[in-house]
Design a protein around this ligand. Structure first.
Ligand code: GLY
Length: 388
């Protein structure tokens, strides 16, 4: 290992150490955002429920610490009440069961885990709107709300569950649904300059596009950085699972936009087009998610480990995305890590969950921590992650 990689091992060791300490309080709970140094524990039905167990699986793989595996399995079992309860499930089935049941199945061969993930995939596929050819995002947030026509960029990360289910069952229908949704994303979410919409509304009866809707970004036409991160990573995973070059080129367009917008410390503002006075506020979770996606994108273009005879342009792009991903992770480690703070449970400071709603602003977020650890795992061992 060259000197330039010493920081990766240090960051990994500190992440493992802090997580082991956190297990004493968090156990098999579902942390979401850290307030005043303490992770709040969310309902198991909340979309973030997979990230803590997913991080436990990653760290278990890297350390062999059996207590981490046992807690990840306990989280997965607790999620049965959500899967069996059905009514609280939305499109985030992918986030939740990829990092629990698919991870468990891949690592242990557990048959109950395989069945859970197949059930989750069936529920996700059932949210497909045939006329509009999109996966419906959420259920009504309040009595009487009609959001049957809403699709959101985040869903790109839910699709690996469907690609996995097609491979596992031999039935291509799941992958067909995922591809149809990704095609919608290409044509309706990714703008020419590589920025993306968060929410696009369709008429659920006719499938016609109604238009963009404000979401977690500053405005409908702004550039929410975590949305861009979901697109970079989700489109790259779409290419990984299908080989369709249009997903790869769209992922590159978003990646180029994302990298071009980063400030000097390489960690994104929560919205690249927020008014200047709001742009000092960062979203470290967008940084870590994009970084892990950029590392995969680099690999797909023939970067380290591909071993193929790649063209010069693809090799240059691969180097650009790999270096971009590494730079973000290194800055998160050096400038955003809460390593020396014994009363902070979060690993990575300064995430922004939902600025327009005023919730969880400038705090550690469990998905920021998860993707930071995942990015490190990519740099350390370069093996496929649970989404692949
Ligand atoms: N998927 C919701 C978020 O990114 O906040």
């Amino acid at each position: 290992m060259g000197n330039e990689r010493v920081w990766v091992e240090e960051a990994w060791a500190k992440s493992l150490d802090k997580t082991l300490r956190n297990t004493a309080r968090i156990g098999s709970g579902f942390p979401h955002a850290s307030q005043g140094g303490v992770y709040d524990l969310a309902e198991p039905a909340w979309w973030t429920a997979g990230f803590w167990p997913g991080m436990l699986w990653l760290l278990y793989e890297g350390s062999g610490r059996e207590e981490l595996k046992a807690l990840a399995q306990a989280c997965e079992t607790k999620l049965d009440e959500v899967l069996d309860g059905y009514v609280r499930l939305d499109h985030d089935l992918g986030f939740m069961w990829t990092l629990t049941s698919i991870a468990a199945y891949k690592l242990t061969g557990s048959e109950p885990s395989r069945i859970r993930a197949l059930k989750a995939a069936n529920y996700l596929a059932a949210r497909f709107n045939l006329k509009g050819r999109y996966i419906r995002a959420w259920n009504p947030w309040k009595e009487g709300e009609r959001n049957e026509g809403w699709a959101i960029i985040d869903c790109c990360m839910n699709l690996p569950l469907l690609f996995w289910a097609s491979r596992e069952s031999g039935d291509p229908r799941f992958a067909h649904v995922a591809e149809a949704h990704l095609d919608k994303v290409l044509h309706h979410f990714v703008r020419d300059d590589g920025s993306v919409y968060h929410i696009v509304v369709f008429d659920p009866e006719t499938g016609e596009r109604v238009g963009p809707q404000g979401g977690q970004g500053y405005a409908p036409e702004s550039a929410w950085s975590r949305g861009a991160a979901w697109a970079i990573y989700g489109l790259t995973l779409g290419f990984h699972h299908t080989g369709k070059p249009e997903y790869l080129s769209a992922a590159m367009r978003v990646a180029d936009f994302f990298l071009s917008q980063l400030p000097d410390d390489h960690v994104p503002a929560w919205d690249f087009r927020a008014p200047e006075e709001l742009r000092d506020l960062r979203d470290s979770s967008a940084g870590s998610c994009a970084a892990s996606g950029l590392l995969l994108l680099a690999e797909k273009l023939g970067g380290a480990g591909a071993g193929a005879d790649v063209g010069a342009a693809a090799a240059a792009s691969a180097a650009k995305y790999r270096e971009g991903g590494e730079r973000i992770l290194k800055s998160l480690y050096e400038n955003y890590g809460a390593w020396e703070d014994p009363v902070e449970e979060g690993l990575i400071l300064h995430g922004t969950s939902n600025y327009p709603q005023g919730t969880n602003i400038d705090v550690p977020l469990i998905y920021g921590d998860y993707f930071f650890v995942e990015g490190l795992a990519r740099l350390r061992v370069g093996r496929p992650m649970y989404w692949e």
